[in-house]
Design a protein around this ligand. Structure first.
Ligand SMILES: C[S@@+](CC[C@H](N)C(=O)[O-])C[C@H]1O[C@@H](n2cnc3c(N)ncnc32)[C@H](O)[C@@H]1O
Length: 284
């Protein structure tokens, strides 16, 4: 039998070869098993784990040794302060995507009217749509995905977090009706050759459907921009998360379509992360 500290030290050592954050991963997995917080670990480092807890810990550390992401092991990822259930049916929400949500929320606040209709394309775990719904007072959020499995997870999170998003099965706009004030999307944007170079923990576990896109990664931007005028009100906002080298291309596509006041928002590392513009043209 091992103490808490001994278990963590053992796990840190074995996980070094698969994880850049072996100690943190070990802590997250242990806390998941013993259902306590970090303070408990600090105060009880010399306490023995129960036999069944130690066995379970070792078995989950072995899963991590097979490169399974820690978020899928504990079925949780925090996003915008909320705990989202995740498993391999959905992309693990990334902290960078919080910039997309924050950019939209800031602008929704400035819209002086009652209900604001928001469409999220590519629901995944529901992170973007649910966070907008929970943080905005007047957003009415719809979210679509082509993956039925992802929609199951998104609906589960909608319920667990007491959100009110309407999740719908759709290939981009195919099953969407009506006009929206905001269209937001973090679509798949990784081109084929780059996809092949992704880390094992991403490529072997996260859904390919959520990551890979044709036309050098810009297929979904092209398609959404092209069809968007049929679904976005004049003056409405189109906001995308983009890959690190895609912002200029997306900006150009939006400008050519007739979007105005297009801006780029950077993440904390100075990478162009969000492209956002306002629909010009006539309201049809
Ligand atoms: C990068 S993930 C984003 C998930 C989530 N919004 C987030 O930010 O964590 C892209 C999502 O788009 C979905 N998707 C892929 N092709 C699609 C299509 N043709 N129509 C609608 N959704 C699609 C995938 O299933 C995946 O859930």
């Amino acid at each position: 039998m091992l103490t808490i500290i001994e278990c963590l030290k053992w796990a840190e050592k074995v996980l070094t070869k698969v994880s850049p954050t072996p100690y943190l991963d070990s802590e997250i997995i242990l806390l998941h098993i013993i259902k306590k917080d970090k303070v408990y670990l600090i105060l009880n480092g010399n306490k023995m784990l129960e036999v069944d807890e130690e066995e379970r810990f070792k078995s989950l550390i072995n899963e991590r040794l097979d490169y399974k992401p820690v978020q899928y092991i504990v079925n949780n990822q925090e996003f915008m302060g909320f705990d989202f259930y995740v498993d391999s049916r959905v992309l693990i929400p990334r902290s960078d995507t919080e910039i997309l949500v924050e950019s939209v929320l800031e602008r929704i606040d400035g819209i002086d009217k009652g209900n604001i209709a928001v469409l999220d394309i590519g629901a995944g775990s529901g992170a973007v749509a649910i966070a907008i719904d929970l943080f905005s007072k007047n957003a009415n959020v719809f979210s679509v995905d082509i993956s039925l499995e992802a929609l199951e997870v998104a609906k589960l999170n909608n319920k667990r977090l007491n959100a009110n998003v309407k999740f719908v099965f759709s290939d981009v706009f195919d099953n969407v009706e009506g006009k929206f004030d905001v269209i937001v999307s973090n679509p798949p944007y990784i081109e084929k050759s780059e996809y092949e170079t992704l880390d094992k923990n991403v490529k072997d576990f996260e859904p390919m459907l959520a990551l890979k896109a044709k036309n050098g990664g810009i297929f979904f931007y092209e398609r959404i921009i092209e069809e968007s005028f049929d679904y976005l009100k004049k003056g409405g906002i189109l906001a995308f998360e983009v890959g690190y080298n895609q912002s200029m291309k997306i900006m150009k596509l939006m400008a050519e379509k007739g979007y105005e006041n297009i801006s780029i928002i950077q993440d904390l590392s100075g990478i162009n992360r969000v492209v956002l513009g306002y629909r010009g043209g006539k309201d049809v």
